[in-house]
Design a protein around this ligand. Structure first.
Ligand code: AFP
Length: 344
């Protein structure tokens, strides 16, 4: 399959991810190509991880679960493999100085070169408890500009509010592999679907806009006993019969943030992982789960909240900080916030 940019009139549907990224760079005459190169490297990592994910079931069937496989190689957990693939790929071109990963307690330095102007935050394999039951999993990433290139990178360099992200995206290993990315509100949110027969990502979802209001809610109902009274009231309200207001909403919950957020982004509605008695600070991680998704949802016309305000405005204090996370259509997230702030 070749680039099909001409087959759809003005639409760019069908162009490859590489061409899309390159055209973006050509629109910025001052661009050095560094940023373009990082996005290309991430799309290469997406292919590597896809090939590992697609064989995950076989690894078990063939009994490759011990410390070594038949080739005598160390068999890593898929989370570790995804982490290692991303670090290897991002480290190759000296553009990324360091990464903060869900898989690593500390940051990983990739180069001391002062010309490495970017930092990457990532959850290499989100939803890993779903691997064994063959349910969608994903990778989440965000790219930050390095503000002190003359100083060695430290964890404090990653503690920036999400508004400062230069780009964010995710890869979903679902019925197809899809990459969704954005460089912010002006550039839109775009999705690319992988064609395994030729090893390319093609633009399949151009300029994604989330519906203003949806009809689906996504929350782990098993946590109900631990919810605050405000969350309980909201959950009862969303299930209440009210035809004029489009309620009750249908429930959908995968338990992989990437999958629940992807569905919410395309179809509208709300995803909520609020704080509860067990996790008063929330469960999901601010830097590499909440912030990238908040950046994507806002760029698609949606909202991302911690219940009482904007995720992207939170000033992080810790690398692995947690946060409540509410994502979705603007009307649906606003209604949730109204329940949390005593307006309903
Ligand atoms: P795992 O990676 O341990 O499966 O956790 C996935 C996750 O971080 C996120 O992807 C889900 O939205 C959330 O946790 C699900 O959490 P619950 O299992 O508590 O509903």
């Amino acid at each position: 399959m070749s680039d099909q940019s001409t087959a759809h009139g003005n639409s760019r549907i069908g162009i490859t991810l590489e061409t899309f990224i390159l055209e973006g760079m050509l629109g910025h005459p001052a661009a050095t190509g560094t940023f373009t190169s990082i996005l290309n490297q991430i799309s290469f990592a997406a292919k590597l991880i896809t090939s590992k994910v697609r064989r995950a079931g076989l690894v078990n069937v063939l009994g490759y679960t011990g410390a070594t496989n038949v080739q005598g190689e160390q068999v890593m957990k898929l989370d570790d493999e995804a982490n290692a693939a991303l670090i290897a790929v991002l480290g190759r071109r000296q553009h990324v100085a360091a990464v903060a990963s869900e898989e690593l307690e500390e940051i990983e330095l990739l180069t001391n070169d002062a010309r490495a102007r970017y930092l990457v935050v990532m959850d290499p394999l989100d939803g890993s408890s779903n691997i064994d039951v063959n349910i969608s999993i994903g990778t989440i990433f965000g790219i930050l500009r390095r503000t002190n290139p003359d100083k060695p990178v430290g964890p404090e360099d990653f503690l920036k509010p999400g508004v400062e992200l230069a780009a964010a995206g995710y890869i979903m290993y679902g019925s197809s592999t899809v990459v969704v990315l954005t460089t912010g509100k002006g550039s839109g949110v775009h999705g690319f679907t992988y064609d395994p027969t030729c090893g390319e990502f093609f633009l399949s979802h151009e300029n994604i806009k989330i519906p203003a209001k949806g009809s689906t809610y996504s929350i782990n109902e098993g946590n109900q006993a631990k919810w605050t009274d405000d969350v309980k009231r909201w959950a009862a309200w969303i299930k209440e019969e009210n035809k004029a207001e489009g309620r009750p909403y249908g429930g959908r919950y995968v338990g992989t943030l990437v999958a629940d957020a992807h569905r919410t982004l395309l179809k509208g509605g709300i995803f909520a992982y609020p704080s509860d008695k067990k996790s008063p600070e929330g469960k999901l991680r601010l830097l590499y789960e909440a912030n990238p998704f908040a950046f994507i949802f806002e760029a698609a016309g949606g909202k991302a909240s911690h219940g009482k305000g904007r995720i992207l405005d939170i000033q992080p204090t810790k690398l692995h900080q947690r946060t409540p996370l509410i994502l979705g259509s603007p009307a649906d997230v606003t209604a949730f916030e109204e329940f949390m702030t005593g307006k309903r």
